[in-house]
Design a protein around this ligand. Structure first.
Ligand code: ADP
Ligand code: MG
Ligand code: ZN
Length: 656
């Protein structure tokens, strides 16, 4: 805590709550780990509660008189009945309630009551006998039990409550410490699931695979008769938001079987053994409910390769994973139990999970293609009032790379924008604006940028756009904007591919680097200085260059050699940057890679600089226009580049 600069502590400083001295991001009053002050507060409250309780219970309604006075009252015959109790002698001035057939309940207040604290006095009973006082030594049972409760049970209860509160705070979760080994309330089977395959679109291959699973759950005998083996586990693999969770629910819905859902992270607990017990319990419950589906979402949290990751590993996770493997081996595929799991990190999964007899069927849930996107849009626009002129296929065409969750988001945003514009129906332009919004984050028109910065941003973005326009194979520029959006992006150049792409050539990769470098090159050319605005571009272009060398085997020295190894990756699955990817090369090679990256980037930068020098006039004109209009659309940009291209260059770039 560097802010704690003062070493002298004045007394009143000590008493102040320390919320201003700690981490400024922390919520005031939140305990930092185990904080003594925190539990002390609870103890105090408990103490006050106990004494309050005590006070009310043992408060005498009557004044306690001295013992001598009490004895006098017996002597004078005023007290006719005495109840002897552990703590008090209680004298009553009438004897009514002592009779067995008394109409009054014992609790009723009969006559005047005197109380006294007894002293050791052997003559007391003799005196009472002499005076004919009715006396009984039956203590009120209730009070005996109460005092037992207060003296023994309550303190323990309070201690337990405190311990539990502190523990749960300490663990940073609200898990019930006592209930470890048992299931949480969340793992109840969901029955009667409404999701159907028709609610999922654009993932036809995955659906086709899962139809068989549904059929098996519906009529298992069909498969067992013929001796066929049904997979025990189906692993849904794909980028986030492609509908994996949705598909798993649809399987349960179609088959009309109970659905146990749990996420991988929920199995990994504070205490070693808890997750394993939870797995055991989950399978036990599921076996009782079979046929049914167990769905483990984000299984990578649990099934990370036991080798990779942190040093020393994680005992709890390993035990849980082992238990899962044991359970998977333990059940028979004829039992009607099917395990479905989902992950977007198949590369980090423990290979043991993917072995035959476990998750032996892997289903790729990929990003939807254009037709798939249109289908998904149809599903999500069902409940939306749309203008008949809206063309969903056009929207699908302009959203390459969007996953189902993005498209659902677009539809929702479009509806909101229509409402904001006071329309009763959603129009085409609402969709276009929604797409932009989803692509680039929320428009922040009211953010102030100073004019100089704005000028730099305009030149930078125009640099990207012109480089893209004159790079063969680069995606066409759809829009250039210097309206700040989202977090930190001051402007953007929107490029959209004409079609879905699955392969990228080396030339196209270099072209991507060119376009990324175009922003900075333009800045340098116009202002003779460079800014931090290109940080993201630099990071991305460096990454492309690195992967060309290490992953795609595109360098001179290591032609067709992969230099990193990725564990357990599934063919057909898009490569995801993997922090744990192991390096399979020497220090020398590392140096070579670094030098090669630098040389690729440098060469491309020189190329882009040359291109922009040739197009300097165009750069100036378009950036000035962009500064004025803030946004330049695709058609306008194409017209400008065509118009401004000098006759000699026109032949070279006929596409513009
Ligand atoms: P994942 O589990 O793959 O990350 P989800 O299944 O949670 O993705 O998807 C989130 C939401 O996005 C779904 O509830 C649904 O509304 C929408 N969605 C995603 N993919 C699809 C799809 N293929 N078809 C229809 N809707 C989809
Ligand atoms: Mg999910
Ligand atoms: Zn840029």
């Amino acid at each position: 805590m560097p802010s704690k600069g003062k070493n002298s502590w004045s007394p009143n400083q000590q008493n102040k709550p320390d919320k201003n001295q700690g981490d400024p991001n922390k919520k005031p009053g939140m305990p930092e780990g185990f904080k003594f002050r925190f539990s002390l507060g609870y103890v105090l409250i408990a103490l006050i509660a106990v004494s309050f309780f005590n006070y009310f219970l043992f408060r005498s309604d009557n004044t306690v008189v001295p013992y001598s006075t009490f004895k006098d009252k017996i002597r004078t015959g005023e007290i006719k009945r005495v109840e002897i109790d552990i703590n008090y002698y209680t004298g009553y001035t009438d004897a009514r309630s002592s009779e067995p057939a008394s109409p009054l309940p014992a609790t009723a207040k009969p006559g005047v009551v005197y109380k006294t604290v007894p002293v050791t006095d052997p003559e007391f009973t003799a005196l009472m006998d002499q005076k004919g006082v009715v006396y009984s030594a039956s203590p009120r049972e209730g009070s005996a039990i109460l005092s037992l409760l207060l003296n023994w049970v309550l303190p323990f209860a309070i201690m337990f409550f405190l311990w539990r509160t502190v523990m749960s705070r300490f663990m940073g979760s609200n898990s019930n410490v006592l209930a470890f080994g048992q299931n949480r309330a969340t793992v109840v089977a969901e029955g009667d699931i409404k999701t159907r395959f028709t609610d999922v679109a654009g993932v036809d291959e995955a659906k086709a695979e899962l139809v068989e699973v549904v059929d098996f759950l519906k009529n298992p005998q069909k498969y067992t008769e013929i001796g066929g083996k049904i997979p025990k586990g189906v692993l849904l693999v794909g980028p986030p938001g492609t509908g994996k969770t949705l598909l798993a629910r649809a399987v349960a819905g179609e088959a009309n079987v109970p659905f146990f859902k749990m996420s991988g992270a929920e199995f990994v607990e504070m205490f070693v053994g808890v997750g394993a017990a939870r797995v055991r319990d989950l399978f036990k419950q599921a076996r009782e409910k079979a046929p049914c589906i167990i769905f483990i979402d984000e299984i990578d949290a649990l099934g990370k390769s036991r080798m990779s990751g942190m040093i020393g590993g994680n005992d709890e996770r390993e035990q849980t994973l082992n238990q899962l493997l044991v359970e998977m081996d333990g059940f028979d595929s004829t039992s009607g139990l099917i395990l479905v799991a989902a992950t977007n990190r198949p590369d980090v999964l423990d290979p043991a999970l993917l072995r035959p007899g476990r998750f032996d069927r892997q289903v790729l849930v990929d990003r939807p293609d254009m037709i798939g996107r249109e289908e998904i849009l149809k599903i999500h626009t069902k409940t939306i009032k749309m203008d008949p002129s809206v063309d969903l296929s056009k929207i699908a065409r302009s959203t390459p790379g969007f996953v189902g969750a993005d498209l659902a988001n677009v539809v929702n945003e479009a509806a909101l924008l229509a409402v904001r514009a006071g329309r009763k129906k959603v129009k085409e332009e609402d969709f276009q604006n929604a797409i932009e919004k989803v692509v680039a984050g929320l428009e922040k028109k009211n953010r102030m940028i100073n004019p100089k910065e704005k000028q730099i941003v305009a030149v930078h973005e125009t640099g990207h756009a012109i480089t893209a326009a004159f790079t063969p194979g680069a995606d066409p520029v759809r829009k250039i904007s210097i309206v700040p959006r989202g977090f930190g992006a001051l402007g953007y150049t929107l490029q959209m591919p004409l079609e879905d792409r699955y392969l990228v050539t080396k030339e196209e990769l270099l072209g991507q680097i060119d376009v990324l470098l175009g922003g900075r090159a333009a800045e340098e050319l116009v202002f003779h200085s460079i800014s931090t605005g290109a940080a993201n571009d630099i990071a991305r272009s460096t990454d492309i260059a690195r992967r060309m060398i290490t992953d795609y085997g595109m360098s001179e020295k290591f032609r067709n050699v992969a230099l990193t190894k990725r564990g357990g990756s599934i063919p057909g699955m898009p490569q995801i940057a993997d922090p744990y990817a192991t390096k399979e090369y020497s220090e020398d090679t590392q140096r070579y890679i670094d030098e090669e990256i630098a040389s690729i980037v440098d060469e491309r930068y020189k190329h882009v600089q040359n291109l922009l020098i040739q197009k300097k006039d165009m750069l100036d004109r378009i950036s000035a226009l962009l500064l004025e209009k803030e946004v330049i659309e695709e058609t306008e940009f194409a017209a400008l580049t065509a118009e401004l291209t000098s006759p000699s260059a026109a032949a070279a770039s006929s596409k513009a």
